[in-house]
Design a protein around this ligand. Structure first.
Ligand code: SAM
Ligand code: SF4
Ligand code: SF4
Length: 383
């Protein structure tokens, strides 16, 4: 609970510090009205649009990670689309997000205009985040990136063992990705500009036991505090990326043994975090989640083909709220489809099977933000 609240404060702090325009009357109004509609649990959302925007700036990728939802997406549409600068600018100017994630199911560096997008966001003082597989972060791209840094850059690093990294990503790029990343770290040291570098590892069937080797890499990069371990989301069940309960239980046993032998506090903290995520994975297998989800009131997802989805877990395109190539975003945001989707979620997550199985949980956010509503929230009965 305390952890959850601390994380939420960190999110807010990042936006406040990086995004000093937040202090303008318009953005204060926008933030309060988004939270008000989310907590009130209304079918409508703020007329000023979402606080967070996620744009799939391209659906191209040079990797083929076993756990990635692109495997499903390939069955729905051809994956060869990119958002143009013109369209990106229209969206950013219409939505005026405080926080913008420049990726969806694709590798952001494959959109040739990425650095122009970042330049625009920095001019508008928008907090930005990009995850990357790093294989294309060559010297030329590093230099362009340093000119136009995002607020957060995440290296998706799923295994420190080269053959395992390559078998998860179905690539041969382990060395390339690591070399590029280390070059980036060394060049960043020579700049006074600020960037938050993070490492993200998707915890899945094959890398459960990589904790010792991962710790060594993070220590070498001095990024222990910037590590995020993400239990795999079951997009592609046929790929066996979700480990069996028996397998998780076995790894938990060896991890407990390792903890008994470990004296150093930083290693213990790291191992305990790994253990927590293993337990989360263990519990997730037959999840039926009734917790509040505020996402459809505060965030939105736009695909490389212009479709508007409530969030990044609904990329199966069963719940398409509209298309920005046909309507303005703000018309879609409070259009009938979005309102009906929110209404289903307000009554019960059970109404939307994907939401019922999704692990997203905004309980801590509700507890924190309802202080603004003198303790009231639509979700009080489920928290
Ligand atoms: C879809 S990728 C797109 C950006 C970029 N290509 C990358 O891999 O960093 C965004 C993030 O989702 C993570 N991801 C992919 N499949 C996932 C899954 N099944 N469960 C949880 N995270 C996943 C990736 O590791 C990455 O950090
Ligand atoms: S690199 Fe990213 S987008 Fe590409 S397949 Fe892997 S997770 Fe998916
Ligand atoms: S419950 Fe999950 S899938 Fe449903 S809108 Fe929220 S984050 Fe998306």
């Amino acid at each position: 609970m305390i952890m959850g609240i601390t994380e939420n404060f960190k999110d807010l702090l990042l936006i406040l510090v990086k995004n000093n325009k937040f202090l303008s009357p318009f953005y204060i109004k926008k933030a309060f009205s988004a939270l008000f509609y989310a907590l009130f649990g209304s079918r409508r959302a703020s007329r000023h649009g979402p606080l967070r925007l996620q744009i799939e700036i391209t659906d191209l990728c040079n990797f083929d990670c076993v756990m990635c939802d692109r495997h499903n997406l390939k069955k729905i549409r051809t994956l060869n689309h990119s958002i143009s600068y013109k369209k990106f600018k229209v969206l950013v100017e219409e939505i005026k997000p405080l926080y913008l994630t420049l990726n969806g199911l694709g590798e952001p560096l494959l959109n040739k205009e990425l650095f122009k997008f970042l330049k625009l966001c920095n001019e508008k003082r928008i907090t930005t985040s990009i995850p990357s597989n790093m294989s294309l972060m060559n010297e030329e791209n590093i230099n362009k990136l340093i000119e136009n840094l995002p607020s957060i850059l995440t290296f998706s690093f799923h295994a420190p063992e080269p053959s395992l990294f390559n078998s998860i990503t179905l690539s041969k790029s382990f060395q390339q990705s690591v070399d590029n990343f280390e070059k980036l770290l060394s060049l960043l040291k020579n700049t006074s500009k600020h960037i938050d570098i993070r490492i993200l590892c998707v915890l899945q069937a094959t890398n459960l036991e990589q904790y010792n080797a991962m710790f060594e890499y993070l220590k070498k990069w001095d990024l222990l505090d910037s590590f995020r371990l993400e239990p795999v989301f079951d997009f592609v069940p046929y790929q066996n990326v979700v480990p069996s309960k028996e397998k998780v239980a076995k790894v938990l046993q060896s991890l407990n043994e390792e903890l008994k032998k470990t004296k150093k506090e930083e290693k213990r903290t790291f191992l305990n975090n790994w253990k927590e995520k293993l337990l989360e994975l263990y519990e997730r297998t037959h999840l039926k989640n009734e917790a509040p989800c505020l996402t459809p009131w505060i965030s939105t997802y736009i695909t490389a083909t212009g479709k508007v989805l409530p969030c990044c877990y609904l990329t199966n395109e069963k719940y398409v709220m509209g298309n920005i190539n046909q309507n303005s975003f703000l018309d879609i945001w409070n259009g009938t489809k979005y309102q009906n989707f929110r209404s289903s979620l307000i009554h019960s997550r059970k109404n939307i099977e994907e939401c019922y199985r999704c692990y997203w949980n905004d309980m801590h956010r509700v507890k924190l933000y309802r202080l603004l509503m003198l303790g009231y929230s639509r979700w009080n009965s489920v928290i």
